[in-house]
Design a binder for this molecule. Structure first.
Ligand SMILES: NC(=O)c1ccc[n+]([C@@H]2O[C@H](COP(=O)([O-])OP(=O)(O)OC[C@H]3O[C@@H](n4cnc5c(N)ncnc54)[C@H](O)[C@@H]3O)[C@@H](O)[C@H]2O)c1
Ligand SMILES: CC(C)CCC[C@@H](C)[C@H]1CC[C@H]2C3=C(CC[C@]12C)[C@@]1(C)CC[C@H](O)[C@@](C)(C(=O)O)[C@@H]1CC3
Length: 345
C-alpha cells in the first residue's frame, strides 16, 4: 500500500499522454495552469513542466509511483484499433483499466475521466442523433469496441461518492486534427495507392467527425464539473462537433485540401461490406503463412457506409459543453498541419 500525500486539485496525470489525443490534452492542461504527469508505455515528446513516467498501465506498481499526489486522472490509453489483437485489447483495456482504478483508490485520486468511444453503441447499422441511453452494442463490431464497452462499464461502476472516487466517461467519435496518426495518414495512403476513387453506398450517410480541441474541451469540462453533487458522476457523455457531416464530403474536403482527387464512383454498400468480410476471413486463415492487412476492413466499410451521429445535448445540459472549433476551421487547421502528406510532396 502506497503512503498517501495530500493531492492538489491542479495536479493531474494523463495516462496515454504520449498519444494523439493525450498530447493535445496535456498541452491544454498546461495552458490552464495544471501540473501534469504523463504515464505511457512510450515517451513521444518532451515539454517543459511535464513529468514523464514510462510504463505499462497493467503494472499497478508503476502506476502507484506515477499517481502519487495526483487528484485527477485522465485515462486515454488504448492499443490502436487497427491492431485487431484480441489478447492485447483484453489485457490493456480491461485488466489494465482495473489496475488503473485500483491504483487510483490506493493513492487517493479523487476524479477519473475515461476516454471511451461512441462506438460502444455501434453495431454496424444506422444511428441517427444517438443518445447516451442507447444500449451497449450486443454484437460489437470488433475486439477494440468489445473491450471499450467493458472498460467503460468498469470505470462508471467504480464511481463511489462514499469512498471519494468520482468517475465519468467521455465518448468522442472520429477524432481528427494535427498529429492524428490514423485518419489523415490512412486516407492519404489509400489515395496514393489509387483506392480512394469509390464512394461506398449513395454517399448521403451522415457521420460525426470531432476536432481534437473540442474533445479536449469536453474532457476538461467533465473533470472540472465532477463534484459529489454533480449529475455527471458515473455517467457517459457524447462529445461531438455538433455538426454531423456526410462521410464522403468530409473525406473529399480533406483529400482535395491536400491536392488529391475526391472519390467519384459509387459502389453498393452490401457488395463492399461482403467483400471486406471475405477478405478479413481470408487474412485470418492465411495469417500463419502470410501477414496481409486489408485496407477496407468490415469496421471501416461500416463506418464509411452508414449513418452514425450522436447527440451531445446531455453534455450541453449537464456541463455547459459547446464546441470551441467549427468543422470548417477544424478541417482547415488539419489540412494545413500535414504539408508532408500533400500530393507531390
Ligand atoms: N482517435 C479516435 O478517433 C478516437 C475516437 C474515439 C475514442 N478514442 C479513444 O481515445 C483514446 C486516445 O486515442 P488516440 O487516438 O489518441 O490513440 P493513440 O494511439 O494516439 O494514443 C494512445 C496512447 O496509449 C498508449 N498506450 C497503449 N497501450 C498502453 C499501455 N499498455 N500502457 C501505457 N500506455 C499505453 C500509447 O502508447 C499511446 O500513446 C483511446 O482510448 C481511444 O479508444 C479515439
Ligand atoms: C478506406 C476507408 C473507406 C476510408 C479511410 C478513412 C478511415 C481511415 C477513417 C474514417 C473513419 C475513421 C474512424 C476511425 C479510424 C480511422 C477511420 C476508419 C476509428 C475506428 C478510430 C477509433 C475510434 O475510437 C473510432 C471507432 C471512434 O469511435 O471514433 C473511429 C471511428 C472513425
Amino acid at each position: 500500500m502506497a503512503t498517501r500525500i495530500r493531492p492538489s486539485s491542479k495536479r493531474c496525470a494523463v495516462i496515454g499522454g504520449s498519444g494523439f489525443l493525450g498530447r493535445h490534452l496535456v498541452e491544454k492542461l498546461l495552458d490552464k495552469g495544471y501540473t501534469v504527469s504523463v504515464f505511457d508505455i512510450r515517451q513521444s515528446y518532451e515539454l517543459p513542466g511535464v513529468t514523464f513516467h514510462q510504463g505499462d498501465l497493467c503494472d499497478k506498481q508503476s502506476l502507484l509511483t506515477a499517481l502519487h499526489g495526483v487528484s485527477l486522472v485522465f485515462h486515454c490509453a488504448s492499443p490502436a484499433p487497427a491492431s485487431d489483437d484480441k489478447a492485447l485489447f483484453q489485457r490493456v483495456n480491461i485488466q489494465g483499466t482495473q489496475a488503473v482504478l485500483q491504483a487510483c483508490t490506493e493513492v487517493g485520486v479523487q476524479k477519473v475521466v475515461l476516454t471511451s468511444s461512441a462506438s460502444v453503441v455501434f453495431e454496424g447499422t444506422d444511428i441517427k442523433d444517438g443518445r447516451e441511453d442507447l444500449p451497449y452494442a450486443k454484437k460489437p463490431i470488433d475486439y477494440y469496441t468489445q473491450t471499450k464497452i467493458e472498460q467503460e462499464k468498469l470505470v462508471l461502476k467504480a464511481c463511489d461518492k462514499e469512498k471519494g472516487l468520482l468517475t465519468v466517461a467521455i465518448r468522442p467519435h472520429g477524432i481528427f486534427g494535427p498529429r492524428d496518426p490514423q485518419l489523415v495518414p490512412i486516407l492519404v495512403d489509400t489515395a496514393r495507392r489509387g483506392k480512394m476513387k469509390f464512394i461506398i453506398g449513395d454517399g448521403s450517410n451522415l457521420v460525426d467527425f470531432t476536432f481534437v480541441d473540442n474533445v479536449v474541451h469536453g474532457h476538461i469540462l467533465a473533470a472540472e464539473s465532477l463534484r459529489p453533487e454533480s449529475p455527471i458522476c458515473g455517467k457517459a457523455y457524447h462529445i461531438t462537433n455538433d455538426e454531423p457531416v456526410r462521410f464522403w464530403d468530409f473525406m473529399s474536403d480533406i483529400l482535395v485540401g491536400l491536392g488529391y482527387a475526391a472519390p467519384r464512383y459509387h459502389l453498393p454498400y452490401t457488395l463492399v461490406y461482403g467483400l471486406s468480410l471475405l477478405l478479413w476471413l481470408l487474412s485470418l486463415l492465411l495469417s500463419p503463412l502470410v501477414a496481409f492487412k486489408p485496407t477496407f476492413t468490415p469496421m471501416r466499410v461500416a463506418l464509411a457506409g452508414t449513418h452514425h451521429f450522436y447527440s451531445c445535448s446531455r453534455a450541453k445540459q449537464d456541463m455547459g459543453y459547446k464546441p470551441v472549433v467549427s468543422l470548417k476551421d477544424g478541417i482547415r487547421r488539419t489540412v494545413e498541419s500535414y504539408p508532408h502528406l500533400r500530393h507531390g510532396a
